[in-house]
Design a protein around this ligand. Structure first.
Ligand code: G3D
Ligand code: MG
Length: 185
């Protein structure tokens, strides 16, 4: 039987699996910046403002497999609860972003995790503390404790400098592949 999400078209597929990934967190933590930094290799706030794009497609090679990630950006849905259901629909991975210089955005992580659990179930996820180029106000010990409580891998990033900006996506990819293979076996 063909596993779900495995491309079985007669034309040789250029990827093994495809998966939707959502990037969630409070407004202004740098979600769009991180996606654009990863997909386009650039950091340009004025460009980001004019984007208006919902998703980006990026292939990641993991061993001998290729995962086609469709990375969905919010179009301001983080501000409006009722329309978020659609944003989450079908997601197989989540990147949970807070801003290290904004404690409130870290405190809200529990809210975002609950929402991902409710809308997507137990999908793979990565915790990201962005804006590592700024002075961190969120205590690192608190983040480590939270990450271990929630069994989350934690990555510090800066979309501005590019530090670790591809890591969240690369760490997520193998877990997504494993979850897809697990479901289809
Ligand atoms: P969002 O998609 O989560 O709402 P954005 O966040 O990507 O739109 O970023 C919000 C603001 O944070 C932008 O600044 C952006 O330039 C800035 N930002 C994003 N990532 C970083 C980072 O790693 N370091 C620093 N210093 N700033 C970052 P403006 O001024 O345009 O609001
Ligand atoms: Mg945004």
């Amino acid at each position: 039987m063909t596993p779900p999400n495995r491309d079985s078209s007669a034309d040789a597929p250029s990827y093994t699996y495809s998966a939707k990934v959502v990037v969630v967190g409070d407004p202004a933590v740098g979600k769009t910046s991180l996606i654009v930094r990863y997909v386009k290799g650039m950091y340009n706030p004025s460009y980001i403002l004019t984007l208006g794009v919902n998703f980006f497609v990026q292939d990641i090679t993991v061993g001998d497999q290729k995962l086609r990630m469709t990375i969905w950006d919010t179009a301001g849905q983080e501000r409006f609860g009722p329309i978020r259901k659609k944003y989450y629909k079908g997601a197989r991975g989540a990147i949970l972003v807070f801003d290290q210089s904004n404690p409130e955005s870290f405190e809200r992580m529990g809210f975002w995790i609950d929402e991902v659990n409710r809308e997507c179930g137990d999908i793979p996820r990565i915790l990201v503390g962005n804006k590592a180029d700024l002075i961190a106000i969120v205590p690192k010990d608190d983040v480590q404790e939270f990450a271990s409580q929630q069994a989350l891998t934690y990555v510090e990033t800066s979309a501005k400098t590019g530090m670790n900006s591809i890591r969240p996506f690369f760490l997520l990819a193998p877990s997504i592949i494993a979850a897809i293979e697990d479901k289809s076996s």
